[in-house]
Design a protein around this ligand. Structure first.
Ligand code: AMP
Length: 211
């Protein structure tokens, strides 16, 4: 399957991508994760991306394009789920061309629908495991008691000021991609509210009818 998980920050893209990977033969390709790893390892890409990520801005298109296309090529052009890429019309156009050149066009764009109020709540209560990258929510999905508390951290870009900027960047630059994929008959809206398992079952039901 060649899928794209779409939605605002905090919609649950990462959580749902991981659940899909556990259930199907799929590789998660998350540009945010690739960028964070590059920042942690202080690579040239990581150094270039740092100030954008910390301010909740998008990393320049050409930088992210190389990361995403490299990851898709490494994966072998099949059985992937894109999470957080593309985020601009330019990235989407490049992606369409890149995938069609490799006879690997997307089969569905799953758009997780969650309203703003819930997103702000989810992001402010999101915590991540510093080593595994596992996501938690302080109320709904708290870190298990046996996990070392010191490794449970808040992403710097989940702080309230940055969250506001990320949401406005999403509205301005990323949300228009919904029309782009709708015009191409790929957009599949999925209710993103409820527990992670409930959302996962909705996605799985949708996939049985799609691919
Ligand atoms: P995420 O983990 O998907 O929320 O991504 C974290 C941050 O990485 C974003 O706020 C951006 O600064 C950067 N980033 C991730 N994916 C992209 C992308 N496709 N285009 C531009 N910047 C990105």
């Amino acid at each position: 399957m060649r899928l794209l998980l779409f939605g605002p920050p905090g919609a649950g893209k990462g959580t749902q991508a991981r659940k899909l990977v556990d259930r199907y033969t799929l590789t998660q390709i998350a540009t945010g994760n690739i960028i964070r790893a590059a920042m942690k390892n202080d690579t040239p890409v990581g150094r270039e991306a740092k100030s954008y990520v910390e301010q909740g801005e998008l990393v320049p298109d050409d930088v992210v394009r190389k990361l995403a296309e490299g990851a898709i090529a490494d994966e072998g052009y099949d059985d992937f789920i894109l999470d957080g890429y593309p985020r601009t019309l330019q990235q989407a156009t490049w992606l369409t061309t890149f995938l069609s050149e490799h006879d690997a066009s997307l089969q569905a764009v799953l758009s997780l629908e969650v309203d703003d109020e819930e997103i702000v709540d989810r992001l402010s209560k999101r915590r991540v495991h510093a080593e595994t990258g596992e996501n938690y929510h302080l109320d709904v999905n708290p870190p298990p008691a046996d996990v070392n508390e010191e490794l449970i951290v808040q992403r710097p870009d989940d702080k309230p000021e940055t969250v506001r900027n990320r949401l406005s960047v999403y509205r301005d630059q990323t949300e228009p991609l919904k029309s782009y994929y709708k015009e191409r008959d790929l957009l599949v809206p999925v209710d993103g509210t409820g527990t992670p398992d409930e959302v996962h079952e909705r996605i799985a039901d949708t996939l049985t009818t799609l691919v």
